[in-house]
Design a protein around this ligand. Sequence first.
Ligand code: ARG
Length: 392
Amino acid sequence: MSKRVVLAYSGGLDTAVAVKWLTERGYEVIAYMADVGQERAFKSSKSRAYKAGAVKVIIEDLKKEFVKDFVFCSLKANALYEDGYLLATALSRPIIAKGLVKTAHKENAKYVSHGATGKGNDQVRFEVAIRGLDPKLKVIAPVREWELKTREQEIEYAKENKIPIDTTKKKPYSIDRNLWGISIESGKLEDPYYSPDENIYQITKGVDKAAAKPVYVELEFKSGVPVKLNKKKMDGVSLIMKLSKIAGNAGVGRSDMIENRLVGIKSREIYEAPAGWTLYKAHRALESMVLDRELAHFKDILSLKYAEIIYYGLWYTPLKQALDKFFDHTQKCVNGTVKLKLHKGTCTVLGRKSPDSLYREKLATYGEGDEFDRTLAKGFIELWGLPYTLKK
Ligand code: ARG
């Protein structure tokens, strides 16, 4: 029986070389490309895979599912890793793993493979997800195993094997992109004191280049999920794409971090998530109006946990499922509209309204029509502070 393997193929140098490398070791390679909104040249990637020896190339559009079952789960949870990363790359791994496993079953393959390196988070995410979905599949990680130590050696290997690659453009960074955002690392960024060059950024403008005039956007949410942009009903994929352009032009959504990787090291990473940041801010603004204090504060604690779950590759686990149930329950009342101003890298909430609002002007007002009973405050304060009077 032939050794058939389904490889998570990105179209880049690593995975193109991996096709050849696996072929040389007697595998029959099916290159699987998941479209999660990375805006790659799928056509040239496809022909590159064939030239590298793939027997079949499958391109699957997962954008809809990615937004609905991954990105929006994260948004509902306000998942944010270490205060700066909206988890774009981390969220894409479990859906790609799911696609790989499904394809392996369909194609009767006993092996799956990915192009993640041996010191990053993605190897963990891919492999833990794959094992969670089908522990019988065997995983091969060529980039972790092979003898090609540098990019130059990889290029040499590709040339020797007539794999067409784009060597004219020197690639100074490692970039991972999808609909939710972009992650940029390595190269000069490895010096944590190095200030990133403007041309590092792919989808956000710098403050100098961003539009001089502010842009105003209005976002409507239903059950915690955005359904309208500027009063226009839109599916999740189109809404994110449109908002990404608008917010990116206004310079919104950049972050520059030293983050704690799962494998124990700290790394420097630049992120761009213009739509993500705008939606995150808007979503939180709406929640502040509709969730009661205890629920809101408790949810924030779980948000941190949920971000770790995503970052740590624990997507297909009971805890993640249980937390989703909790978050979904909290989102039933997250309905309403938020308006924001995007300007020169800033994203400011200007107002919010909701049919489920717990805000009561007649209780909050310092003006006419105040219905708040101040006489109750005195007794409340005495009892609230009582425990702290007992020592004296
Ligand atoms: N540090 C991010 C994460 O672990 C992104 C990893 C991939 N980044 C890249 N530029 N290839 O999720």
